[in-house]
Design a protein around this ligand. Structure first.
Ligand SMILES: C[S@@+](CC[C@H](N)C(=O)[O-])C[C@H]1O[C@@H](n2cnc3c(N)ncnc32)[C@H](O)[C@@H]1O
Length: 191
């Protein structure tokens, strides 16, 4: 499905990167190759509750909504107000719940929505530039919010996050997507 917002989204993303470089961690949204690689890891027939951290302008959000089943729910956590406003306008889908807040609230928010047990958490937030305490809280709450058979899919530009992931998840499979600016490391974490 073509996205009529694409040029506007790229501009909005770049403008916000200039204002909040550490929070965004990237000048442009993820490539379709990276998004495809992430999407291929999801069992769409089984996924009922999907969570995304840091959707930005919705590059991955839109693709999840295209693929997920009619009775599944997608909960996204975004701290940037411009992006939250854009997501609500661009994706008027009753299966999508946009939270204006930090990923550290995942457990509490899923509980509030009576959606305990995320099947997948997809994370594009810049773990290595955020305060240590915040990173620890997000990892701990993500593990708590995850269905015992669920998975956390993390993409980053370096492997620096790996030791932190290892201290919270038992199994981590790694992957790599070169066709992205910058080339991306992927980590599939399970309990
Ligand atoms: C690299 S961008 C990823 C955007 C998009 N997912 C993509 O792949 O193109 C990172 C996003 O994470 C958001 N972010 C950073 N820290 C966050 C946090 N603690 N909770 C939720 N979102 C956060 C930023 O505002 C930004 O939109």
């Amino acid at each position: 499905m073509s996205n009529p917002w694409r040029s506007e989204e790229k501009l909005l993303f770049a403008k916000n990167f200039l204002q909040h470089p550490k929070m965004l961690g990237s000048l442009i949204p993820s490539s379709r190759f990276l998004v495809d690689r992430l999407m291929n890891k999801i069992n769409w027939k089984q996924a009922r509750t999907i969570v995304e951290y840091g959707p930005g302008v919705g590059t991955i959000t839109g693709r999840i909504l295209e693929r997920m089943s009619p009775d599944a729910r997608l909960v996204v956590f975004e701290m940037n107000e411009d992006f939250v406003r854009h997501l609500k306008r661009a994706y008027p889908d009753r299966r999508l719940h946009v939270v204006h807040g930090s990923a550290e609230n995942v457990y509490r928010e899923l509980d509030r929505l009576k959606l305990m047990g995320a099947d997948y958490i997809i994370s594009g937030i810049p773990f290595t530039t955020m305060p240590v305490q915040l990173r620890e809280t997000i990892m701990r709450e993500s593990r708590k919010a995850l269905n015992p058979r669920g998975a956390v899919l993390v993409y980053q530009f370096t492997r620096a996050v790996l030791p932190y992931l290892r201290s919270h998840f038992e199994q981590i499979d790694q992957d790599f997507e070169p066709r992205n600016i910058l080339p991306a490391r992927l980590f599939y974490c399970t309990r």
